[in-house]
Design a binder for this molecule. Structure first.
Ligand code: NAP
Ligand code: FE
Length: 370
C-alpha cells in the first residue's frame, strides 16, 4: 500500500538560517559537523556561528569530514560529540557531512564497542536502543537531497564498497535552503551534484516503488532542472537559480525517501570506491544505459522525463550529460567483471523496473564505460 513520510521541516529563501534561530537550535549544546572547507567557503558556518553566539548556545566545530565518509571515522566523530556533551547536531556541507552527521548522531547515542551489545556494523540494522541526537541540515551542494532523506551512505573498506543505513530518527528535524551557500561551488562540483539530483528524480520516477505522489514531485523536480540546463553548462548562477536547484535537489531527496534509488546508484558506488569518481558523476556515466533499459518497459515514463527536461530524445539527453561530465578515468573489462559481483547484491536492484542480473549489469557497465 502506498505511504508517504517526510518529517523534515524545510525553510527556503534568502538568509533563512539567520532569520530562523528557533528552528536551528534544537537543544543546549551544538555539535557542528562539516567538511574541511565547505562550511567556511559557503558562508553557512559563519551564519550558524553568528546565530549560536547571539543565542548564547555553546558549540563545537567538527570539520574533519572527508568526501565519502568512512564508517570508523564516524565512531571517532561521535566520541568527540560525546566528550563535548552536545545534545544536538547541525550539519553543514554536501552529502558527505550531512550523511556523516546522521552516523555521528546514531553513534553518539549508541556507543559502538568491539565485543559489546552494539557493534560498529549494527548501524546498518536501522534499529537502535537509544534515539539518535536531533539534527538540522544546511546543504552547501544541490545534489544528494540528504537534508530530506533518512539515508546515510558510508564507505566500508572491509567490503570495498559503500552501504546505506536509515531509520525514522535519521531524518533531519529542519533543513535550510539558501542559494547563497551553493553559489560559489566550483563549476564541476555544481554539475556533478546536479546530475546526482537528476538521477534521484529519474530513478525515483521509474522505480518499482513509485506512487502517484512521488511521480508528481519527481516531474516537478525535473522541470526545474530542465529550466536551468544552460546555467549548469555555463557555470553562471544567480542566488535565485541556486535556491531553485537546491529545491529540485530536495524534491529528489523527498522522492527517494519513499522509493529508494535503483541500479544506477548501486553500480555507481564501485566507480567512486575504486576510481574516486565523484558520486554524481559516477551516476551520470550510467544513467543513459539505465534509461535505455527503462524505455523497454516504461516508454511513457521516459517520454515524460524528456518532456520535463525540455529535450526531444535520449540522444539529446546523452549529448548534454556528456558535455557537462568529462571522462576522468579509464576502465577495463576485468574491473567491470569484478564490480558486478558486489553491485548485484545491493537491495535497490529489486526496485529496478526492468529485469537485471549479473550479465545485464555487466552489459550496462560495458556499454557505459568501455
Ligand atoms: P561532498 O562529498 O559532500 O562534497 C564534494 C566536494 O565539494 C568537497 O570537496 C566539498 O568540500 C566541496 N564543497 C561542498 N560544498 C561546497 C561549497 N559550497 N563551496 C565549495 N566547495 C564545496 O559531495 P556531494 O555530492 O554533495 O555528496 C556526496 C556524498 O553524498 C556521497 O558520499 C554520496 O554517497 C552521498 N549521497 C547521499 C544521499 C542520501 O540520501 N543521504 C544521496 C546521494 C548521495 P569539503 O571537503 O570541504 O566538504
Ligand atoms: Fe545520489
Amino acid at each position: 500500500m502506498p505511504t508517504f513520510y517526510m518529517p523534515t521541516k524545510i525553510t527556503k529563501g534568502d538568509d533563512c538560517v539567520l532569520s530562523n534561530p528557533q528552528s536551528l537550535i534544537l537543544g543546549k549544546k551544538a555539535f557542528i559537523v562539516t567538511g574541511k572547507t565547505s562550511g567556511l567557503r559557503s558562508g553557512a558556518l559563519g551564519d550558524v556561528i553568528k546565530v549560536l553566539t547571539e543565542q548564547k548556545i555553546p558549540y563545537h566545530v567538527y570539520d574533519k569530514i572527508e568526501n565519502n565518509p568512512e564508517i570508523t571515522d564516524m565512531a571517532r566523530g561521535a566520541k568527540a560529540c560525546r566528550e563535548f556533551g552536545a545534545d544536538f547536531i547541525i550539519a553543514i556541507g554536501g552529502g558527505s557531512p550531512l550523511d556523516a552527521a546522521k552516523a555521528i548522531s546514531v553513534y553518539t547515542a549508541n556507543t559502538p564497542t568491539e565485543d559489546g551489545e552494539f557493534k560498529l556494523y549494527d548501524i546498518f540494522s536501522g534499529n537502535y536502543k537509544n534515539t539518535p541526537l536531533p539534527m538540522c541540515a544546511i546543504p552547501t551542494t544541490a545534489g544528494t537531497g540528504s537534508e530530506v532523506t533518512p539515508y546515510s551512505i558510508l564507505t566500508l573498506h572491509k567490503e570495498q564498497t559503500k552501504r546505506s543505513f536509515s531509520c525514522a530518527d535519521t531524518f533531519f528535524k529542519n533543513a535550510f535552503l539558501d542559494g547563497k551557500y551553493t553559489q560559489g561551488l566550483p563549476k564541476q562540483v555544481a554539475r556533478n551534484t546536479a546530475v546526482d539530483a537528476m538521477c534521484h528524480l529519474i530513478e525515483g520516477y521509474t522505480n518499482k516503488k513509485a506512487t502517484d505522489m512521488t511521480d508528481y514531485i519527481a516531474l516537478e523536480g525535473l522541470r526545474i532542472f530542465g529550466k536551468h540546463l544552460s546555467s549548469l553548462e555555463s557555470g553562471e548562477f544567480t542566488r535565485d537559480i541556486c535556491t531553485e536547484l537546491l529545491w529540485a535537489s530536495s524534491l529528489g531527496g523527498v522522492v527517494i525517501s519513499q522509493t529508494g534509488t535503483t541500479i544506477v546508484h548501486s553500480m555507481g558506488y564501485q566507480l567512486t570506491y575504486f576510481k574516486d569518481i565523484p558520486h554524481g558523476m559516477a551516476n551520470g556515466y550510467l544513467i543513459l544505459e539505465y534509461l535505455n533499459g527503462v524505455s523497454k518497459v516504461l516508454p511513457h515514463k521516459v517520454k515524460k522525463i524528456l518532456e520535463a527536461l525540455n529535450m526531444n530524445n535520449l540522444e539529446e539527453f546523452d549529448a548534454y550529460v556528456k558535455k557537462i561530465l568529462p571522462r576522468v578515468a579509464d576502465f577495463t573489462k576485468s574491473e567491470l567483471e569484478e564490480w558486478v559481483e558486489t553491485s548485484i547484491k545491493a537491495k535497490n536492484v529489486a526496485s529496478c523496473p526492468f529485469f537485471v542480473d549479473k550479465s545485464s549489469e555487466l552489459e550496462i557497465y560495458k556499454i557505459s564505460l568501455l
